[in-house]
Design a protein around this ligand. Structure first.
Ligand SMILES: NC(=O)c1ccc[n+]([C@@H]2O[C@H](COP(=O)([O-])OP(=O)(O)OC[C@H]3O[C@@H](n4cnc5c(N)ncnc54)[C@H](OP(=O)(O)O)[C@@H]3O)[C@@H](O)[C@H]2O)c1
Length: 168
């Protein structure tokens, strides 16, 4: 069976900031729409803190199989349809097993999950938010192993797509 594409989707500012006080440092409807468009119908993998940051009415994220990672997965406060994993590797394995047809596996954060899984991702879909904001979570460097494949200017941010670079 074909292995699903594993992609990360993340928004960062010009200082690589991605989070503030357990939430996002900004409110960007354009980026939320982009996130919904790309991930709906697919499988999403997230850390326990990102799971808890989702507003109750969007938890689990609708139209997507949700997989949550915790060192104590039995304690994750989630309904039965949410898959639980004890490590990022287990989460990706469960997500890839569950993905069917053309479904992708999307890593949707946060900082700790990105750091653990970016080396395993085939693609990164990065929103760059203008300026330097305040916050407390940052995106690990990944660009060295990837090549820019697409770039599109939005109204309030830039949307970049990276694919893993071919080995020389
Ligand atoms: N800008 C963006 O695109 C974006 C996207 C998503 C999230 N965020 C932001 O990122 C911030 C959250 O990031 P974060 O790094 O604090 O949290 P996180 O990555 O969402 O979750 C961290 C938790 O995941 C579990 N975990 C992580 N590594 C693990 C491992 N190796 N094995 C087992 N479990 C593991 C642990 O859960 P337990 O503690 O339960 O063991 C850990 O506390 C928030 O501010 C959020 O809003 C931003």
């Amino acid at each position: 069976m074909k292995k699903p594409v594993v992609a990360a989707i993340v928004a960062m500012d010009e200082g690589r900031l991605i989070g503030k006080n357990g939430g996002l440092p900004w409110h960007l409807p354009e980026d939320l729409k982009h996130f919904k468009q790309l991930t709906t119908g697919h499988v999403v993998v997230m850390g326990r803190k990102t799971w808890e940051s989702l507003p109750a009415k969007f938890r689990p994220l609708p139209g997507r199989l949700n997989v949550v990672v915790s060192r104590t997965p039995a304690l994750i406060d989630a309904p039965a349809e949410v898959l639980r994993a004890a490590s990022p590797e287990e989460a990706l394995r469960l997500a890839c097993e569950a993905a069917s047809g053309e479904q992708k596996v999307w890593v949707i954060g946060g900082a700790e999950l990105y750091a653990a899984t970016l080396p395993l991702c085939d693609e990164v879909h990065l929103t760059v938010v203008a300026g330097h904001h305040e916050g407390d979570a940052w995106l690990a460097e990944f660009e060295g192993a990837f090549a820019l494949a697409e770039e599109r200017a939005g109204e309030s941010c830039r949307f970049l797509s990276f694919r893993r670079a071919e080995a020389p």
